[in-house]
Every structure is written in structure tokens, then in C-alpha cells.
Design a protein around this ligand. Sequence first.
Ligand code: GDP
Length: 202
Amino acid sequence: LFAGECDFFFAATTIEGLPPMGAPEIAFAGRSNVGKSSLLNALTNRKTLARTSHTPGRTQQLNFFALGGPPGQETLRLVDMPGYGYAAVSKQKIDSWTKLMHGYLRGRASLIRVFVLIDGRHGLKDTDAGMLKLLDTSAMSYQIVLTKRDEVKKADIEPRIEATLKALKPHPAAYPDVIFTSSETGEGIPELRAAVAQLLAE
Ligand code: GDP
């Protein structure tokens, strides 16, 4: 699945502008700077699939990528969700982000899982609470992926995973497993690929 091409094929800025449903979709969400672009690039073996270092002024959009076949014949779609938690963002921007996310998460039968990226150096933050709540209320199945494992001391890895699992207990839609990744060293990337492949096989 991850050996072949992965092509960008669609960007949606509104619910009305979403591409028609087709192959199963797996989406990636996270705070800005969590390492989402880097992880998508590592996952798909691309250097420039998802551009890193977005600026807050950039248009907020859902970016669709085709995997396992050219667009139109893909077996899976990866969806890059717009980052959240920018320090200085207008209420209008937050509202349009929320509207887009709400609409997508609630009305997308082909969306099978959302991977929520959390900075492994810090764990779950207040800024992530809104995203988890949105997923819980949408009854959308999601799984936490911790990032930047290479920046975390070895002795802190297991405790960080345990603390994250504990924090997820009150969240009904959270999958009770956490993958700790590094886009720098590639740690956790095979596990993440396996989790994606498993979802497709279900
Ligand atoms: P995004 O805003 O979530 O798309 O985050 P980016 O992928 O642009 O990454 C934000 C910053 O974190 C960049 O400076 C990356 O180089 C850095 N970064 C991302 N992933 C890792 C990682 O696994 N390890 C380390 N050490 N840095 C990372």
C-alpha cells in the first residue's frame, strides 16, 4: 500500500466542496507544529507530499491524497486536516474551521478513522480537548499518535504512553492503543502503516 505512488488529488475548503465519496478515508489531525506534515511524508515515503511550516494565514482546507492506485482507482485516501491551536487566529477563522471539521466528521460514511497527532514531548494539551470532544460527539473512531519520539528520553517513553492511555479513558470514541512515532528516525512508522493496513482489512 505504501510502496507505490501517493498523489494529491483534491483540496476542499467547504463542506459543499468535498469530493464525492469513494475509497475509504483515513484522516490526520493535530495542532499546528505537531509534526503532521512530516509524519505524512514519512508514512508515504515522500519528501514533499504535505508541505511543512504552514503559516496561520494559509487557507484552511482538507487535502486528499490517493494511495494504492491513481486518483479514481485508489484503494485508500489519506486526508490531511487543517491544523488547530494557532496562537493568533480570528474567531471567524476558528468558526470556519469548526464548521468544516463538524461537517466532514459527521457526514462522511467513508471516513473510517482519524489519527490525532499529539506532540510526544508534551502529551495531551488543553488545545487538543476541543478536537477530542468533536470526535467523541461525532462518534468518530480515532487513535492517538504521539510524535517526535526522538526528542523524548528513553525512560519517558513508556510513562508518556501510559499517561496518554489514562487520559483517553473518559473518551468513548478513542481506540485504546497509542503509537509513538518519529519522522526523523522512522520509529513507529511501520506500526502506523500496519494500523492503517489493518483498518482496510477489517
Ligand atoms: P505540522 O505543522 O504539524 O505539519 O508540523 P511539521 O511537520 O511542519 O513539523 C513542525 C516542526 O517539527 C518542524 O520543525 C519539523 O522539522 C519538526 N518535526 C516534525 N516531526 C519531527 C520528529 O519526528 N522529530 C523531530 N525532532 N522534529 C520533528
